[in-house]
Design a protein around this ligand. Structure first.
Ligand SMILES: [Zn+2]
Length: 562
């Protein structure tokens, strides 16, 4: 008989991925069933799950400590994946576990009818690297994929895993205890729908399944777990309130560059804070509301390994279909490090040349590029020559485009109402700045809304305010102040001189030290493609923008001034 360690990934307070499924809820069900199956087959099994870790690293360390307390034949770690893919996969330290891993993958894939992503190797995964015995990390399916969600069955998945480990099929009758009474949750483990946790009278329901609680959560109400932790909110989002109410983790409020993240939930901000000695959590008014425990208690783990390598869960939620785990994009932009003057010099005459070909006013193009690329210093500009935040998919891509199809994927772990998830956005990557400008103009001139040109009348329009109004009205921007912002930039830097025929001399370009309200990301200026984006993505983008602003906007405002 063999001996096994089995654990569910993450802890109850430091949770894994969640979207259509909640990783921690599901991996607990799976690991319990796997343990049941293995024990029913006569094997010794230790449950090495850690429910109580309050930080990612604390949780991982606790799991490994439990695992290494036993001399076993195999450690099995149960997770659910996220990041936009579909199917199951199993991560291995090396090929010694390949046969088991292959069987588990094949079994889950056929039991659930989802894609088999196969056996993968990643010796850096914390649990695989630090456990003494052979170890496997199973990613059962993707929590953020509807196909996987619809196919999901924790019990079938558990059986598939156990059969893979044992290399034999398990007759269901032998483990006769049906799910009904045995796994019925106690009343304390229910998700409650209330206006606020303390307002118990407002409760409109309590559910064992988070999914059901979410479905039944009326507008203005929240779902809380049994610890009172907010896990879902059905508060109508207004972008201004959600961005302004973020908790920011910084060394000091004024040290914006030190920011480690911005969170809607104070709890999550505290967790990040705890991983960064000396850091504090600041509310939206800059008031310090929490200071990292790591410095006040003086306790350290004694481990000197770099945190990012220990950070297995963040790795597991950024893995993605057919793509290297962490895409390594080079800095390809010639604009990198340019001053504003240099930027204008470079982009100005290109926009003017573009105007001759496309009929889009140069002043408008330049002002948009300033606003949307933060004077060429945004991530999208530096890594993808994408000055306008152009997404891969725009207006059904039916217009004639300069773009050669190369994609720049931006990943970010985002937190919304206590749920950390990874979102991926695909943007266009261009080989040159010229291509970016041309593609943007082609889009503005050719994109359609139904059978109509989206920005009808833009081509050849010589009044910049009219031109920008057409762009705004076509759905390019949702920001009600967009027209004024662009006009303000044009007027401040006298960009309309680029709209005229005569040569613009370098010494005409005068940059005042004042700031323009720049933004790195086009989240609030991206074309709203007929409401196709679901609301969670919109909300996440709002937060992404807030976080981006926290880093890049402020970096550019304060970092690059001469
Ligand atoms: Zn996980």
């Amino acid at each position: 008989m063999a001996t096994y360690n089995v654990h569910g990934g993450h802890s109850l307070s430091c949770r894994g991925a969640a979207k259509y499924l909640d990783e921690v809820n599901e991996d607990r069900i799976v690991k319990n069933k796997v343990i049941q199956y293995l024990r029913a087959a006569g094997h010794t099994v230790y449950d090495c799950t850690d429910d109580y870790g309050t930080t990612v690293n604390g949780n991982l360390a606790a799991i490994v400590q439990k695992c290494n307390a036993h001399n076993v034949d195999l450690d099995v770690s149960i997770h659910l994946n996220a990041g936009g893919g579909t199917g199951c996969e199993v991560w291995n330290y090396d090929s010694r576990t390949k046969a088991i891993s292959d069987r588990i993958c094949a079994n889950i894939s056929s039991a659930l009818g989802i894609r088999n992503r196969g056996t993968k190797y990643e010796p850096q995964l914390y649990v695989l690297r630090n456990s003494n015995a052979l170890a496997l990390l199973v990613e059962c399916c993707f929590v953020d994929n509807m196909t996987d969600k619809n196919a999901w069955n924790a019990e079938k998945c558990a059986k598939a895993i156990a059969e893979g480990i044992l290399n034999k099929s398990i007759s269901t009758s032998s483990s006769s205890s049906n799910s009904g009474s045995a796994s019925k949750p106690s009343t304390s483990n229910l998700y409650r729908i209330r206006k606020s946790w303390s307002d118990t009278k407002s409760q409109v329901g309590a559910y064992a399944s988070l999914e059901n609680a979410k479905k039944s959560c009326p507008s203005g109400y929240n779902v809380y777990d049994w610890n009172g932790k907010l896990v879902y909110s059905n508060t109508p989002s207004s972008s201004s309130s959600s961005t302004s109410q973020l908790y920011r983790v910084r060394l000091t409020w004024s040290d914006t560059k030190s920011q480690k993240g911005a969170f809607a939930s104070l709890d999550n901000a505290k967790k990040t804070c705890d991983q960064n000695p000396g850091y504090s959590v600041f509310d939206s008014n800059g008031k310090a509301v929490y200071t990292s425990k790591a410095i006040s208690s003086g306790t350290t783990s004694g481990s000197s390994k770099p945190a990012e390598k220990q950070n297995e869960p963040s790795k597991d939620i950024t893995k993605e279909d057919s793509k290297p785990e962490t895409p390594k994009y080079k800095d390809i932009s010639p604009l990198k490090g340019f001053t504003n003057e240099q930027f204008l010099e470079y982009v100005g005459h290109r926009a003017k040349e573009d105007m001759k070909k496309t009929g889009v006013l140069a002043s408008v193009t330049i002002a948009q590029s300033i606003l949307e690329s933060a004077w060429g210093q945004s991530e999208l500009s530096i890594k993808a020559n994408n000055l306008f935040g152009m997404k891969s998919s725009l207006s059904g891509n039916t217009w004639s485009s300069e773009w050669d199809g190369k994609v720049y994927s931006k990943y970010s772990n985002e937190e919304y109402n206590g749920v950390v998830t990874s979102i991926k956005s695909d943007f266009r990557m261009y080989s040159t700045v010229d291509a970016s400008i041309k593609d943007h103009s082609d889009y503005l001139c050719g994109a359609k809304n139904g059978s109509e040109l989206r920005y009808k009348g833009l081509k050849g329009e010589t009044n910049y305010r009219t031109a920008i109004q057409i762009i705004k009205d076509g759905g390019y921007a949702t920001d009600s102040g967009y027209v004024d912002k662009i006009c303000g930039i044009i007027e401040k830097y006298e960009l309309n001189k680029y709209d005229k025929d005569e040569e613009v001399k370098d010494d005409d370009i005068i940059i005042l030290p004042g700031d323009v309200d720049i933004s790195d990301d086009k989240s609030d200026t991206s074309e709203n493609v007929s409401g196709k984006l679901d609301s969670i993505v919109t909300i996440l983008q709002t937060i992404l923008k807030a976080i981006t602003n926290g880093f890049d906007l402020i970096k550019n405002l304060f970092g690059s001034k001469k």
